[in-house]
Structures are given as C-alpha cells and as structure tokens.
Design a protein around this ligand. Sequence first.
Ligand SMILES: Cc1cc2nc3c(=O)[nH]c(=O)nc-3n(C[C@H](O)[C@H](O)[C@H](O)COP(=O)(O)O)c2cc1C
Length: 252
Amino acid sequence: MDQRREASAGPRALVLLTERGEEHMNQSSVLRAAVKNAITHKARAVSAICILIGLVITAAGCASTDTGDTISGASPVEEIDAYIGDAIEPLSGNEQVLIVYFSQGESTRQVAHDLATVTDGDIEVIEEKRERRGFCGYMRAGGASSFKIASRILPGKCNPADYDIVYVCTPVWAWNLSPPVRAWLKANRGNIRKAGFVTVSGDTEPDKIARDMERTSGVDPFVVIGFSEQDFYAENRNQYETKIAALIEPLR
Ligand SMILES: Cc1cc2nc3c(=O)[nH]c(=O)nc-3n(C[C@H](O)[C@H](O)[C@H](O)COP(=O)(O)O)c2cc1C
C-alpha cells in the first residue's frame, strides 16, 4: 500500500510541478501581453521625443567640447594607385564642366578629381563654416542629415551658371544627402543648367538621395551614379572605372 503511495507520489509530484510550471508560464505570458499593450503609439511618440531631446542636448553639450578627429574613418581610397586617364578616354567636346563636391574623408574627393580628369573640368570644394570633429561631430552630422537641415557653408569661387554641365558629388550621411551639399544645392537653385548627381556611401542606393537633390536644386539629372565603399578597393578597380565612365558616357 505504502509502496503504491510512493509509486504514485512520484508521477503526482511531476504533474504538480508541470502544473506549477504551466501556471508560471501563463502568468509570464499575461505579463508580456500587458507590457506589449502598454507600449502604445502614444508611448512610442513619447520615446521618439525623448530621443530627439537627448540628441539636442548631446549636440548642445558637444558645442564647446568637441576636439576629436574628423568624423570619417580610414578611407579605402588610399589603396588605389592608378591614373583614371589610362583607363578612360577623356571627353573631347567643348562643353564647360564643373565638379562640385564635399568630402569629409577621401572617397568623394577621389571621385570628383577623377571626374575632373576625364572631363577636363573645374573643381569646386564645398567647405562648411564649422568643422565636424569626433563623436559629437558624427552625431550632429547624422542628426542634421536625417532632418534634412542644410549647414552653413563658405561662399564658393565658381558660378555654376557659367558651366554647361555640373556634377554634384555628396557623401551619404544617415541615408540622406549631406547637409553641406544640401546647402550648396539650395543656394544654387535655378543656377544649374544640366546636372549629374553622384553619391558616395558605405553601401546605400543613390535613388532616394538623388530625388532629394533634384527637389532641392530643381534640376532633373541626366545621370545618377552611386559609389559604395567596395568600389574603392583595389580588387574592384574595374567596377570603379565603369562607374566613372558611366557618368560621362551620355556626353560623348
Ligand atoms: C555621419 C556619417 C553618417 C553616415 N551614414 C551612412 C549611411 O547612412 N549609409 C551609408 O552607406 N554610409 C554612411 N556613411 C559612410 C559614408 O557615406 C562613407 O564613408 C563615404 O565614403 C564618406 O565619403 P567621404 O570619404 O568623401 O567623406 C556615413 C558616414 C558618416 C561620417
């Protein structure tokens, strides 16, 4: 009899354990559901506002303490040691070409200079009034790009209205047009006859940014090309040259 009780006590104890376990699981699922319900749209909006306030406070705090390096990391451009004119026959037309660019690292600068070589064009570098440095510079750059804020830039030397073709080259920041290039496009709206747009990014498609450049400048581009980090690696040199060639092909 005792043995039977003992024998049945084992499975019963297991059943009780399982029941307790299920009860526990049920309680935690209810809790999870309650938490999920608590995160309403309203709560998300409040979180977004808090993040925004945090960004503003960070940027304000950074204003006087920003002493780090510039915001771009090591550039793959350094690996390339080739003259673009050896691979691509330069344009032979009489059209006046201007290449405008902003570059925090080296990549966009490299594209702009190679474009100038194959078009025999002039170069205009966009410079910001305030340099971006370190973590705070990175945060400000990302924030301003996301909110489509144009930065303050120094006056340019060239007038785009004097040129038949203007290539505008921008790095991609936070999946957007960089603030200094936005500022230049805004300032020169109505002053550009024919434009090609170039984006340079880690790995972001150019389409959305080109549409923004078009809206900002009022010019429908005759060509849009996006360079990504991989295009600058020595082993992808052909890919890089193909994109440079595609930028001038419509002008041949
Ligand atoms: C503030 C900041 C934001 C960036 N955001 C993006 C991004 O959203 N997508 C992307 O593909 N690359 C992004 N990048 C990488 C740059 O687009 C890429 O390094 C580009 O080559 C920079 O051009 P530059 O060397 O001429 O300055 C970002 C870089 C910085 C500094």
